[in-house]
Ligand binder design. Structure first.
Ligand SMILES: [Fe+2]
Length: 295
């Protein structure tokens, strides 16, 4: 198709070339690279699928609704990025880890600042009455497997109903979150409740997309961590439960084999459970985090 404008023949490829030309003079070289690639890929996509005007308007409405669904406690654009696999591609190209370093995965939309600082063994799930007590323990190490003292572990997870604190009516109340420090041997100990699989919020545009494409909204059970220490690159990651049925089909594509852990059921006391007054049965998970030095 071509139209004639002021005597010039204008095709869709002419438009693409002209739009690229207008961005050629972008002063910041990185912004220039991004804008030129964005135009090439976006125009290429539209031509590839022969996008109709109705479909174009649907896309505008979808993105508008995605923005309108966002507020202080709901980040629909992160969910969209996560469910399109974009977040994991960004993660993978930005966090290539040397052998032995703990792998990263998606940050997700549910982190909150201001989680309380807790002593070793502090319970992040004090109001979770249905969950089975779980102790996650191990060390934070460097690449030579030497302990890192004073490392911080920022931990958060959904409760035993599969809900994050910010999804409840009283969204200001913090629950299922805590910040821990390693001791002089690099050891940490987190008390929580065994995580459960949960559905990502699917009452918005992302849920519509999942239903229209015959995809489920489930995430396998996991606990979120950001582990950081002076002089080291922080790692944003999850620990997954190896018994979960959704490990192979996580709706946000975040599972990495090295992050899948075995939750060991304990039917009798050990020293730790005694000192924390946890009655069996409970679960233990052993996992060492390994940080790489800051570049
Ligand atoms: Fe999560």
């Amino acid at each position: 198709m071509s139209i004639t404008l002021k005597g010039r023949s204008v095709t869709e490829d002419d438009i693409t070339a002209e739009v690229l030309r207008r961005f050629e003079g972008t002063p910041d070289p990185r912004l220039r690279e991004i804008m030129l690639a964005l135009v090439r890929h976006l125009h290429g996509f539209v031509k590839d699928v022969n996008l109709t005007e109705a479909e174009w308007f649907n896309a505008i409405q979808f993105l508008t609704a995605t923005g309108q669904k966002c507020d202080d406690a709901r980040q629909e654009f992160i969910l969209l990025s996560d469910t399109l696999g974009v977040s994991m591609v960004v993660d993978l190209i930005n966090h290539r880890k040397p052998e032995g370093a703990t792998e990263s995965t998606v940050f997700g939309p549910f982190h909150r600042d201001g989680a309380p600082e807790m002593p070793p063994g502090g319970n992040i799930a004090p109001r979770d009455e249905r969950g089975t007590p779980t102790l996650i323990r191990g060390r934070v190490l460097d690449l030579d497997r030497r302990p890192i003292a004073g490392a911080q572990l920022d931990v958060w997870q959904a409760d035993s109903s599969g809900m994050y604190d910010s999804q409840y009516a009283d969204r200001e109340a913090l629950h299922m979150r805590g910040r821990f420090r390693t001791d002089h041997d690099g050891r940490y100990l987190v008390r929580t409740a065994r995580p459960v699989a949960y559905t990502i919020p699917n009452d918005g545009p992302v849920g519509q997309m999942l239903r229209a494409t015959n995809r489920h909204p489930w995430r396998p059970a996991h606990v979120h961590f950001v582990v950081s220490a002076d002089g080291y690159e922080p790692v944003t990651t999850h620990l997954f439960d190896d018994a979960d049925q959704y490990l192979e089909s996580d709706t946000v594509f975040a599972v990495k084999d090295s992050l899948v852990c075995h939750f060991v059921r304990r039917d009798s006391h050990d020293d730790t459970s005694k000192s924390l007054a946890i009655d069996p049965p409970f679960y233990t998970v052993d996992f060492d985090f390994v940080l790489k030095p800051r570049a």
